[in-house]
Design a protein around this ligand. Structure first.
Ligand SMILES: Cc1cc2nc3c(=O)[nH]c(=O)nc-3n(C[C@H](O)[C@H](O)[C@H](O)COP(=O)(O)OP(=O)(O)OC[C@H]3O[C@@H](n4cnc5c(N)ncnc54)[C@H](O)[C@@H]3O)c2cc1C
Length: 561
């Protein structure tokens, strides 16, 4: 089980790393870090031959219809989906409990959206998602999501209502004219909780309430759960189908024999550096990598599937979910790199900012602002610059506004923690940032000139967001990026089977959630639908459960688009 963290709240962990201490840009001290270099030609550890676990080491056999591996959002949805088809379901999880983090969840056409009168052209969103990924995905999966996610969200909402868990639509999405997100993001919360998010502290909100509520339902409906039970090897039968999964620890293995199917719902591989080196070397550039519970997402079942004849999605690099720390360290003010130079239009989402930051010298960038920052942040919010860049919007329910007090309190904490530096002159600020003072002074002078002119000749930023840096004290927040999830994975198709390298399904082996591939194009995670990782975990989790149990997904009503 996890603490309460949003996908855009990772500063506590990131801040713990001395490599990103704000006063001394450590990356400048030496050579390009080894991990950023191109991988050497090597034999990857998963390519080494594996021996089948001998029958003598198997101490117990459990027979069931469907085995689900992983008790995250995708796994509990899969277990429920299969159980509701009448299958006998066994859910195995390697840790002692369920896993969750964050809580923004995409769905198209849910009852919440209908009740709130939200009308969107969902087909247009799919087309934008496809173009975001340069068309390099299995489009069929995106249309499947578009048609089924609303019904799957409604299914989760009904289940949660029985446990006093409520849902709303997130209003903190980005609504700028050139970069626009959609009101498709749902989140769950316990009734009577505060939705304030002062410096990342909140309880009873997000997937920490959704996942246990769904697991409770699953267990009530008869799903059998085994915790501290890591899956380690698939057993493939003579006809090539997956017959069983072996789990547990050496000397005490259990064989879970599945009559109908095995579902991989074991999450992504972001905590496996070797896999990132192989499939997403770009992701190694981030300042931090975090997950809750920590290091559970090590790609175990990807490797097991590869060893059983499956393949990874064909498209490389895999997409990675990389976000900035929110709040004082990533507002939409002037951004400068470690040379003290401006390098972008700051009117963009957190994912794009993280990615362009990594491309700057030594991956370092700052946001610079002045004494009038609170009013200026308000004008940024009023101009629809949003999408989780502000703390005061993190759990902003539909119909409410930006929370100024949360923003002020969080900025003060950022200063205390040394993530934002403060100075009485630009020269002093530059010293604290470790950037050349003369360059910073020039950059600020140019920016102020453009602000006065009311036109950003250099990067085309909207006039309303061009606020000068004039009045002491001056502030600089270090942009800190964190890898939250890998969003590429095992080769799959709309039957949700794992496929081999020749696109043939591996019999009885299914995949859903972040372990699955072919959904996102290369490199970037599409934030235009905030919460797409969770959205597909919920939707494809349920659908994989139905399919593995032998049911038809036609019974999940299609959204009319
Ligand atoms: C701080 C943070 C916030 C985030 N916020 C958001 C957000 O708001 N919206 C969003 O869309 N995405 C968010 N993400 C990403 C998102 O949480 C994940 O991509 C998503 O939860 C994956 O769900 P899943 O069910 O596929 O996998 P997981 O939730 O990772 O569940 C997989 C489970 O499988 C278990 N497991 C792994 N290997 C084995 C094995 N060998 N045997 C048995 N069990 C195994 C793991 O222990 C785990 O419990 C966030 C990520 C982070 C780090």
């Amino acid at each position: 089980m996890s603490g309460q963290f949003s996908r855009r709240d990772f500063f506590k962990v990131a801040g713990a790393s001395s490599a990103i201490a704000v006063t001394a840009p450590a990356a400048f001290a030496g050579d390009i870090p080894e991990k950023w270099r191109a991988p050497k030609c090597t034999q990857w550890s998963w390519e080494k031959p594996v021996q089948p676990i001998p029958e003598s080491e198997i101490k117990k056999v459990v027979e069931t219809d469907v085995v689900v591996i992983g008790a995250g959002l995708a796994g509990v949805a899969a277990a429920l989906g299969a159980r509701e088809e009448g299958a006998e379901v066994t859910l195995i999880e390697k840790t002692k409990s369920w896993g969750a983090r964050g809580g923004h969840i995409t769905a198209f056409g849910s009852k919440v959206q209908a009740e709130l009168g939200v009308k969107i052209d969902y087909a247009e969103i799919v087309r934008r998602l496809i173009s975001w990924g340069q068309g390099r995905m299995d489009e069929r999966l995106l249309w499947m999501f578009a048609k089924k996610s609303g019904a799957c969200m409604d299914w989760a909402i009904d289940m949660c209502a029985k446990n006093d868990v409520k849902v709303t639509l997130w209003e903190g999405y980005y609504k700028g004219p050139t970069y626009t997100e959609y009101p498709v993001t749902h989140f769950f919360y316990n009734k009577d909780v505060s939705l304030d998010y002062t410096y990342g502290n909140s309880t009873g909100i997000g997937n920490d309430v959704l996942v246990p509520a769904m697991l409770k339902e699953a267990e009530k409906k008869g799903v059998k759960t085994y915790f501290r039970m890591p899956a380690v090897q698939f057993v493939r039968g003579r006809n090539g189908d997956i017959e069983a999964v072996i789990a547990g620890r050496k000397g005490n293995f259990t064989k879970f024999a599945a009559r109908r199917g095995v579902i991989i719902a074991s999450g992504c591989y972001a905590s496996n550096e070797e896999m990132r080196k192989r499939w997403a070397p770009y992701s190694l550039r981030v300042d931090a990598q975090i997950y809750f519970p920590a290091k559970t997402n090590t790609g175990d079942c990807h490797i097991m599937a590869l060893q059983a004849g499956g393949a990874m999605q064909k498209l490389e690099d895999h997409a990675a979910t990389v976000h900035l720390e929110a709040g004082a360290a990533s507002y939409g003010f002037l951004h400068v790199n470690a040379l003290g130079e401006r390098f972008k239009n700051e009117d963009v989402n957190t994912q794009s900012k993280s990615c362009t930051k990594e491309l700057q010298p030594h991956g370092i960038a700052w946001t610079v602002y002045d004494a009038d920052w609170v009013e200026q942040v308000k004008s940024q919010v009023d101009s629809n610059l949003a999408g989780g860049l502000f703390y005061g919007q993190m759990w902003q329910p539909w119909g409410s506004g930006w929370n100024k007090d949360v923003e002020i309190a969080t900025q003060a904490q950022h200063i205390k923690d040394g993530k934002v530096v403060v100075a009485n002159s630009v020269k002093e600020l530059a010293e604290k940032m470790g950037v050349p003072a003369d360059r910073l002074e020039k950059t600020i002078a140019r920016y102020n000139e453009l602000c006065a002119k009311g036109h950003d000749d250099d990067f085309g930023k909207r006039k309303v967001l061009m606020t000068p840096v004039l009045k002491a004290p001056f502030y600089a927040g270090r942009l800190v990026s964190s890898l939250l999830a890998m969003s590429g994975g095992l080769h799959t198709d709309p039957s949700l089977h794992v496929l081999d390298a020749e696109d043939r399904p591996i019999g009885k082996l299914f995949v859903c959630g972040a372990a699955a591939g072919d959904y996102f194009g290369s490199g970037d995670y599409p934030t235009i639908c905030p919460g797409m990782n969770h959205g597909r975990a919920l939707t494809f989790g349920r659908l994989a459960g139905i399919l593995a149990a032998g049911g038809s997904i036609d019974k999940v009503p299609d959204l009319k688009m």
